[in-house]
Design a protein around this ligand. Structure first.
Ligand code: SAH
Length: 356
């Protein structure tokens, strides 16, 4: 009873002040006494700052080639069972154009980390999509400052690069030959180049504790990111973690809700991993603070092979049909589709200040 009152007070404090200490975040994550209250206040926070609006962003998974070996990811280089693909420039542009014609205001281009597109081609793709009048988000992994700069100059607005975990040892264990410092630096470079920068984490990685998750959350707040994606770990065949248990859905949702309480102005996607692990995952996420949905829209013949994890919540639907399905899910959950361009409020406020 004492615990319940204590946690309930912490949640209300976070709702009022948008701050919590590390120990307080940890206490909330560790207890299951007030989960519904946490989700309720996260939703109240989103309603207070962004009302019922959900931003729809079209995700084009342009290639699944990857040079990395992340232990959890099905696209890792060593997985020889993946049918590798690369969309042509024309395929990317026509997919983007179709999505924009249907009303999508943001195109997200995501891929494994590789040099399969050269910088010049990528810049052409970006400037073309930009000329269609859409915002462009990239999620292509770690690149040099100059490459990020070239894409920014070509018209890219946003970049997503999850830190995955801020814990040094855990990061090292799961990302052979990668260096966490490079990832921090890449995020810093993106922010310095004026990208609206998103990061995020996987919940339920082997050896990950609530304290580590709490540290990740406070890191996101300290670094002032514009968007944070949280998804549960989903074991994937042909990876070193294939026989492990999936991450806990509720813990992922709690981490996401806490992020909403602490960062009221940012964008938070209802992630595909949540929808994959739980049949109402997207709706639950939307009702617990998420305000973005990113349907994957590349042609199904490619999309089915972007298997970062199995059973990804994606169906072979026409673009229009898919949009109808997602929209009805959003309306049924009690929200509406935003007609704005999808910039985070946090980003917009900053831009406003710079203009003053
Ligand atoms: N190459 C890009 C995109 C990676 S895929 C990059 O490095 O940013 C997008 C995200 O999928 C990853 O950042 C990771 O958080 C998530 N992901 C990969 N495998 C996963 C798994 N098995 N379970 C849950 N999430 C996973």
């Amino acid at each position: 009873m004492v615990e319940k009152t204590l946690i309930s007070n912490l949640i209300k404090k976070a709702y009022e002040n948008h701050t919590l200490s590390l120990a307080e975040c940890e206490t909330i994550l560790e207890s299951s006494q007030c989960d519904e209250e946490l989700f309720y206040f996260a939703n109240l926070t989103r309603m207070k700052f962004s009302k019922k609006e959900v931003h729809l962003k079209a995700l084009i998974e342009i290639s699944n080639y990857c040079k990395n070996s992340c232990f959890y990811c099905g696209l890792r280089k060593q997985n020889l069972n993946v049918k590798r693909y690369k969309l042509s420039k024309d395929e990317i542009l026509s997919t983007a154009k179709n999505a924009i014609n249907l009303g999508y205001k943001t195109i997200v281009l995501q891929s494994g980390e590789s040099k399969i597109y050269n910088i010049k081609d990528m810049c052409e793709i970006i400037s073309k999509i930009s000329s269609f009048g859409a915002r462009i988000t990239l999620s292509l992994g770690e690149k040099s400052f100059d490459e990020y700069k070239a894409y920014r100059q070509a018209g890219a607005n946003r970049y997503l690069l999850r830190i995955e975990t801020t814990n040094k040892d855990l990061y090292k264990k799961l990302h052979p030959k990668m260096n966490q410092e490079n990832r921090f630096l890449a995020l810093e470079n993106l922010q310095n180049l004026g990208y609206e920068t998103g990061s995020g984490m996987i919940v339920g990685l082997p050896g990950q504790t609530e304290k580590m998750i709490a540290k990740d959350i406070l890191f996101f707040k300290e670094k002032n990111f514009d968007m944070i994606g949280v998804g549960p770990f989903i074991p994937c065949q042909n990876t070193p973690l294939e026989s492990l248990k999936a991450g806990d859905f509720t813990l992922s949702l709690k981490a996401m809700a806490l992020i909403r309480l602490l960062m009221p102005f940012i964008n938070i996607p209802a992630t595909t991993a949540m929808e994959t692990l739980h049949k109402n995952g997207r709706t639950k996420a939307l009702k617990s603070g998420a305000n973005v949905v990113m349907p994957a829209i590349a042609d199904y013949k490619y999309r089915k092979d972007y298997l970062i994890y199995p059973n990804k919540a994606t169906e072979n639907l026409e673009l229009k049909e898919q949009l109808l399905c997602v929209s009805s899910q959003i309306y049924k959950a009690g929200f509406c589709i935003s007609s704005q361009n999808g910039d985070s409020m946090y980003f917009k406020n900053r831009q406003g200040k710079q203009c003053e």
